[in-house]
Design a protein around this ligand. Structure first.
Ligand code: DGP
Length: 113
């Protein structure tokens, strides 16, 4: 998508601190980290948000597989981590390219604000 910042990161048109990528996904550091470890996991294909992923498409399960891979890689799979998806205006989504936040390295609180 032309004006999508995460598409530009996925296409390597603008820089990001990339930690992992495969044919379908990319993981990079969030610009405004909210935890010692704060990564964004995105599909390379553009979807505005989870509601636009067609039934039967396995991208969400693939993203969770990647998240668990990152947890193991960072050594936080035992102590714990949080995966967050914000959807739409009330959900707090500010970038309209599907993404999941991977947060770790501190005690998380509940409920989120
Ligand atoms: P959300 O509010 O759920 O849509 O999260 C968007 C996140 O994306 C937010 O934590 C800040 C991050 N972000 C926005 N623009 C950029 C960027 O250009 N590069 C990187 N690495 N992160 C970005």
């Amino acid at each position: 998508m032309a004006d999508c910042i995460f598409c530009k990161i996925a296409n390597k048109e603008i820089p990001a601190q990339i930690l992992y990528e495969d044919d379908k996904t990319m993981v990079f550091k969030d610009l405004e980290p909210k935890a010692p470890i704060h990564y964004l996991i995105i599909p390379k294909q553009h979807f505005d948000n989870v509601t636009n992923v067609p039934a039967g498409n396995d991208i969400i399960s693939h993203i969770f597989t990647v998240a668990i891979k990152m947890a193991v890689k960072e050594g936080v799979s035992d102590e714990g981590f949080r995966i967050v998806n914000n959807t739409g205006a009330l959900g707090g989504q500010s970038v309209n390219h599907l993404h999941f936040h991977f947060l770790a390295g501190r005690q998380m609180k509940w409920p989120p604000g």
